[in-house]
Structures are given as structure tokens and as C-alpha cells.
Design a protein around this ligand. Sequence first.
Ligand code: PHE
Length: 344
Amino acid sequence: MIEQLEAVYKDAESALDAAAGGEALRTWEQHYLGKKGLIIELVRSVGMLPKEDRAAFGKRANEIKNALEADYAAREAVIAQAELTQALQEGAIDVTLPARERARGGLHPATLTLREFYRIWADLGFQVFHSRDVEDDDTNFTLLNIPPHHPARDMQDTFYTTTPNVILRTHTSPGQIHAMRALGENGTQPIRVILPGMCYRFEQITARSEVQFHQVEGLCIGRHITMTDLKGTIAEFARRMFGENAAVRFRASYFPFTEPSMEVDVECFLCGGQGCRVCKHSGWLEIAGSGMVHPVVLQNGGYDPTEWSGFAFGMGPERVTMLKHGIEDIRYFWGNDLRFLEQF
Ligand code: PHE
């Protein structure tokens, strides 16, 4: 039995030398040193030896067990070091590889549409005039012919601030007043501007309405501006924006700051006017509110309405973007989901 013990010892040592990794090492430990391992099994069978041989056997078995445990620990350290070195090498950065291309950012879909608007309106002679986002109640409403308590105020739900009379503009139309006063030189100069910017409405957020959205206001003031100018200008914009054959139609409407007022539809460019889901089978898509600037508004801007006239319109670039790309939910615009934004 002592030979058997020595043989197991020898086998164990060579098997340990051969163990190439952590996995093999653990298998080895179980096989030789584990609770049901070969060494323990031999020790347990010590009773089969004659009494006088038992002590020597036990001592030798212990020596061997200790030796194997020490060798195991040493081997384990060597293997761990080797595995670490290998992992480091595999993870090493090859500095000679070409650099990975960095993903380029893109413009926001709303910005893309705004820029298209700017380009077209610039070609039609309209300069950009920037007006403030934070307005006073007067400019946003009263000077636009919407007196306090007028029911038309309910057309747009307002974000009020803690400062009395200071609000977030609900539309870009107050910019008309600012533009007339800033550029009109006391009602003596003609004006042709667009007023782009963010508007804010205290509304339930749904797929169709957001609390913030862009508008592009247009304002044209002159001595002989007529509704024909308005219609021709908008029709030309539609051709440039939606295609050479884009037809427009004007529907009578109501805004307190224009008289007469009209809503502008463009023939549905998705179905060619045949009727589809997007145009709700009407063949037409609404793209703007518009009208002739109300005499009261002209006066508030410093112009004499008996000598001067003008037209104004307001468009929603997000809406145009949605129509163009078949986007069904306006919440995507400010949701900052890259899966949406990266498509533009
Ligand atoms: N301000 C109007 C709105 O927000 C749009 C509009 C602008 C209508 C200019 C007529 C003239 O709905």
C-alpha cells in the first residue's frame, strides 16, 4: 500500500505539472486532494495494514498530502499569473491600427426644415427677424387685437410666469409688433421679414400637440400690399417647398390680428390629392394661418392703416416635417431618442 501511495504521489506531481489552466487545476485538486480524492481514500484504508506499519504509512501520507498542497498552491500562482498576462495581451491596444471613425452629429429635423424655410423665404426677399420667447401679455395678446377677457385668448392656453404679465409666447405673432416698431421707423418704411422661433402652450401633450413647437411667422408691410400678394407669395413658397406642381387653396378663417383671415392648404403631396390617411382623405393638408394685417395691429406697430397695408402668415415647421416624412407623433421631436434623430 505504501507503494500505491508513492505511485499516486508521482502521478499527482506529473499531472500537476501538466495542468495547463485554472479549470484543469481544480479538477486535479478534486481528484487528488478532495474529500473523495485518492490520497484521502488511501489514508482511510490504513486499517487494512498490519498494526506496526500504520504509523509509518500515516506519517508518509501526511507528508505527501502537505507536499501536494504546497505544490498545488505554487502551481496555482503560476497559472493565475500566466492567465493574467494572457488577458492583458489579448486586451492590449494595437496602436498601429487606423483610428475608428467618429460618428458625426447631424442637424435636428426641426432645424433642417427651419433652414429650408429660411432659404426659400430669403429667395423671396424675406429677412430673418428674431423676436423674444418671453413676452408680456400686451404684446402677445392685447396689441394683436386680443383684449383681456376676449374669448380668443382661449384659442391658445398660456404658460404664465410668477411675474405678472410676463408669459411665454403662445405664437410668433407678437414678433409682428416688435418688427414693425424696430424696422418701420415710425411707420415710414416697408417691411418683409420672417420671424422664426419656439412657441409654448399649456396643453396636454399628445401625439398631435406638444407644449413647445416652432412657428415661422411672416410679415410684409407696404403701401399697396393686397391679398393677391399674400396668395401669390404663399403659392410660390408652396411650389418651392413641396414641388413645382403643388396646388394651394385658401379657406376663410378667423384670427383677431388679421382681417380677412385665411387658412392655407396645400394639395396632399403624399397622394397627389387623391385622398389618403395623412390628409384624412380630404386631398389637402393645412400648412398655415394667414391674413391681411388688421388695421388695429398696423396702428399698434406705428403705421397709418389708411396708407399702409400688409399680410402676415404663421407656419409650423414641425408639422411640415411630419407631413413630409410621415411622422405620426410630434413627441419624437423633443424626446431626444437617437433612433429617431439619426434618421435625418
Ligand atoms: N398666430 C396664429 C396661430 O398661432 C397664426 C397666424 C399668424 C395667423 C399670422 C394669421 C397671421 O395660430
